[in-house]
Design a protein around this ligand. Structure first.
Ligand code: SF4
Ligand code: SF4
Length: 382
């Protein structure tokens, strides 16, 4: 039997993260009922919150690493308990005190980020290589920065997102810069995985690079970079404007700076990522973009907007192993197929990676295409 551990310091850290609201929990269990894990396996969120209230947490339980920080439970909690902050604090205790073991795959990603500035452990000097053929501006002062996120910068399956984005910005005549090897992982998932010190170090390095380059506006492909720059870096002194590409491109289209020349005859289901939709209430702009592309028919899945189904990649889970029959991304692809979609459109590199991996397990050769919204824009422009 695994012993429950009571450390006063740990209990205080978790209580501090949950604040007074932790005591508001009256054990209704709505959090457990709304957690997507309970569609694939048991995860007793309510019990974890009760343990946090008592200051008695089983730090050796794998359950502490399950939360994808999707925010479904926080949104439904009638007492306003900040469940994600409590999960993050429990992980922070493990990271900072060594109370128990961090999952191996997560430890590797964090070691890579600490050493190379990206979770894949790729050389920092190759961070801008995706843009070589596009001849973009590097390392010059610029008002507008395009921050691609580590995954499109390095991951072969997702590089196409950064390339399509830069091509669209060029077509629209946007004057922008990339910082290539001067930038580091934004650290959003690092923070949710409990490594607050590494998050601070990454944020400080990025803030210095942005300041040196005179950046006043940052365009991002990842909802995680968006969330971190907008809601977390701002508390560390950042003063720049942050826009996700779906916001920026919806405006360019509405201003007629981008005009479509070609029909894209596809049925498209748009997947709301947790960090755009539930965390930041951005769900109209991607649909406006899709509506403006001639030929596209939008079909909606059963769980959309702030009721979206998480892909499983938030909270550092993108770097952790998930059993084949426990992947939310498989359920989501099935929802898109049930809606009759030819394409599952995304606006998050983590979602794209998870869906591409899920597709490998489907028996049909390729039952559906996974495309970022920017790729569909490119198809309509060419
Ligand atoms: S939904 Fe809120 S009040 Fe209900 S058990 Fe969960 S944390 Fe407690
Ligand atoms: S944030 Fe999402 S994954 Fe985490 S406990 Fe809440 S519902 Fe479950």
């Amino acid at each position: 039997m695994v012993a429950l551990t009571l450390f006063k310091e740990a209990a205080d850290m978790i209580r501090e993260a949950g604040g007074e609201k932790l005591d508001n929990c009256y054990q209704c269990g709505l959090c457990t009922g709304s957690c997507p894990w309970n569609q694939v396996r048991s995860f007793m969120v309510r019990r974890l919150i009760h343990q946090a209230q008592l200051g008695v947490i089983d730090f050796e339980s794998d359950d502490l690493w399950l939360c994808t920080t999707c925010r479904n439970c926080v949104q439904r909690c009638p007492r306003g308990v900040e469940i994600i902050d409590i999960m993050r604090a429990a992980r922070r205790v493990i990271t900072e005190t060594g109370t128990s073991k961090i999952p191996d795959s997560l430890r590797l990603a964090i070691t890579n980020i600490a050493g190379a500035g990206n979770p894949l452990g790729q050389p920092p000097e190759e961070r801008g290589d995706w843009a070589t053929s596009l001849k973009l501006k590097h390392h010059v002062n610029s008002y507008t920065l395009y921050f691609s996120c580590c995954i499109p910068a390095y991951e072969p399956k997702v590089k196409r997102v950064a390339m399509a984005t830069a091509q669209i910005l060029k077509v629209a005549g946007v004057d922008f810069n990339i910082l290539a090897d001067k930038e580091n992982c934004c650290g959003e998932s690092v923070r949710k995985a409990g490594d607050e010190n590494l998050f601070r170090s990454l944020a400080n390095k990025n803030l210095e690079a942005f300041s040196e380059a005179g950046v006043k506006q940052i365009l991002v492909s990842s909802p995680h970079c968006y969330h971190s720059f907008k809601n977390e870096y701002s508390k560390l002194g950042a003063e720049f404007e942050v826009l996700h590409m779906v916001q920026y491109l919806a405006q360019l289209i509405s201003d007629e700076k981008l005009t479509f020349k070609k029909e894209v005859k596809k049925k498209v289901a748009y997947h709301d990522s947790c960090y755009l939709a539930r965390h930041n209430a951005i769900y109209d702009e991607p649909r406006q973009i899709l509506k403006s592309i001639p030929g596209i028919e939008i079909v909606e899945m059963s769980d959309i907007k702030d009721n979206t189904l998480c892909c499983g990649g938030g909270g550092g889970r993108i770097w952790m192993d998930t059993k084949k029959d426990e992947r939310f991304s498989d359920l989501r692809i099935q929802q898109a197929l049930d809606a009759g979609a030819d394409v599952l459109a995304v606006s998050c590199p983590y979602c794209m990676l998870n869906f591409e991996d899920s597709l490998l397990g489907f028996s049909d050769t390729k039952p559906i295409e996974i495309k970022d919204v920017v790729e569909l824009i490119c198809e309509g422009l060419s």
